[in-house]
Write a new protein. Sequence first.
Length: 196
Amino acid sequence: MASPHERKIFIPQAIYHAYSRGVNKAVIFHSPEDYIYFTECMMLYLIPKEQLIGYLSHQGYPARKILHLSSKARSLKNYSDEISLIAYCLMPNHFHVLLEQKNESGMTNFIKSLLIRYSMYYSRKYTHVGPVFQGRYKATHVANEAYFSIVIAYIHENPTSLREFHSNPEAYPWSSIRDYSNNESTRFWIKKTRSF
């Protein structure tokens, strides 16, 4: 029987539905600023550094914010050659990401970096002591196109559990659902296509 602490080996060139939640199901996103910080971290990890300033300018970020984010990106490892983000949803006490990894450690390294960075931000902002996330993240292999479609729908329908978005998950601002419903989406760091 495998030890719960044993490092899992994930398959290169495979897709995984990964997710994690707050300790004891505690809220991890309290304000729009928290959701934005987490989303920007994903973006900085996934946009090639040489394309970042052009992307931020095109998206209409103010000059001061561009300077701040591009400066932050210089100190971060970039994972654009190791993983692709296909879909995501950030909920008050957990998050889901659908990723394709290009080597066996890409997803693990990306999520570890993301959780450490957000935990540092969260602990500093809320003077929180102890872990923010409950144990290691979970990941399920998405092995075929039928399951792939089901997982994308599941991720994007998560907000229907919230009263405000029960009948309109497309209005939820903290997911990639609009990148799928809007053919003119310019968030190229979300890769919407995959061939099995």
